[in-house]
Design a binder for this molecule. Structure first.
Ligand SMILES: Cc1ncc(COP(=O)(O)O)c(C=O)c1O
Length: 385
């Protein structure tokens, strides 16, 4: 019996003796940070007003930690807003778009969602540039006199932009990066980013519910100089009497936040800080992605949905499985979940059938390594049945 299973083999792979210690490979919400437990969370701010001294202090501390870990320059503001990443990104779209033409890039489901928002909801008639799952479009085709909407890391296709070099320094439009599965996983060039959004539920292993909105100076200028033609609900309003609502970027949230989610994010950020901040987190993610790539390279029946390593995600790694259709993947993921070997590794519902294995910082490399033999086992079990 060999370690790996060749395509078309009739040899049954042995059931591995060792389970991954934490079989949490979901691409969102993602694995909790190592050492996490509900008891480890600070709870003093719970059951109190979020506008109490302690509430405000914890929100500000959370913002300060995010700024420190991300090495966010003083030019950029960072705030906690409602509605997870979707809320943060739509808040940016609804408050700033319409001032100039829009280009929307899409290469997977979430980018496609922002295209729909721009075209069908805001009716902005955007220039749409698309690529198939696993690929990214020609970034040099982007006209930076437009506002540009894009997803830094396509969580459902495992394809990402390679870096920020394609974003023009002298752009007239604003860059809007949905960076939810990219922050704390890549070194982001903040001078190229006018708007970035993310949710704690991804690389930090935090909770959903809140989004994080990062605004560069040009975004603030847009907010203060432009009023959209459409009405804005209260949860989207970032401007009061023509001026940016600065309080939002000091922890004075628009409406009531979950302080439990905030405390949970603080735990994750303190963990991130303890392993060397964003650099330490990026290193863990890279090690996980390399360990998974070694598994893929050793198995002829596994492949990457994103063929080009330069634009392949190191967080949401999407894999092809030879001969697999949706039913096969469902059975494959179900089998591994039942064994406690891997949770939530079926690809996203709109993506081509395949596996998706989260390699963000909160996952341990040893658990990715332990997953390899289980993939062999599930594959051979299903091929034999
Ligand atoms: C790229 C991307 N954008 C947006 C979202 C939506 O995030 P949320 O559910 O936190 O609003 C996700 C979630 O998986 C995502 O991966």
């Amino acid at each position: 019996m060999t370690d790996t299973v060749g395509a078309g083999t009739n040899v049954l792979a042995a059931k591995p003796a060792t389970l991954p210690a934490r079989p949490h490979f979901s691409s969102g919400p993602c694995a909790k940070p190592p050492g996490w437990s509900p008891q480890a969370l600070a709870t003093e701010s719970l059951g109190r007003s979020h506008r109490s001294k302690i509430g405000k202090a914890r929100l500000q501390y959370c913002i300060d930690l995010m700024r420190e870990l991300l090495k966010l320059p003083d030019t950029h503001r960072i705030g906690i807003v409602p509605g997870s990443d979707t809320g943060a990104y739509e808040m940016a779209m609804w408050t700033m778009l319409g001032a100039r033409p829009v280009t929307a890039l899409a290469w997977e489901s979430f980018g496609e969602g922002w295209v729909t928002d721009a075209a069908k909801q805001l009716k902005l008639d955007p220039t749409i540039i698309r690529a198939d799952y696993g690929h990214i479009p020609d970034l040099d085709a982007v006209d930076w006199s437009n506002d540009v909407l894009f997803t830094w890391n396509g969580t459902t296709s495992g394809a990402r932009v390679p870096n920020g070099d394609w974003i023009a320094e002298d752009r007239e439009g604003l860059s809007f990066a949905d960076a939810t599965s990219a922050v704390f996983a890549y070194d982001l060039p903040w001078d190229k980013i006018d708007v970035a959004t993310f949710s704690w539920q991804k690389v930090l292993g935090g909770e959903g519910a809140h989004g994080v909105l990062i605004l560069g100076p040009r975004a603030v200028e847009r907010l203060e100089s432009y009023t959209p033609a459409w009405p804005l609900p209260k949860v989207f309003r970032l401007v009061s009497k023509g001026k940016l609502a600065e309080g939002v970027f000091k922890g004075e949230t628009i409406n009531t936040p979950s302080m439990l989610a905030v405390e949970d994010a603080i735990f994750a950020l303190e963990w991130g800080k303890s392993i060397g901040g964003a650099e330490g987190m990026v290193a863990r993610s890279n090690a996980n992605a390399a360990a998974l790539d070694a598994i893929v390279q050793a198995r002829p029946w596994l492949g990457h949905l994103a063929p080009d390593p330069a634009t392949r995600s190191t967080t949401s790694v999407c894999l092809t499985v030879e001969g697999a259709d949706e039913a096969f993947i469902k059975a494959f993921a179900g089998l591994l979940e039942k064994e406690g070997a891997a949770f939530d590794i079926a690809g996203y519902r709109d993506a081509p059938p395949g596996l998706r294995i989260w390699c963000g910082a909160t996952v341990d490399t040893a658990d990715i390594e332990a997953l390899g033999p289980w993939l062999d086992w599930a594959y051979s079990e299903l091929k034999a049945s």
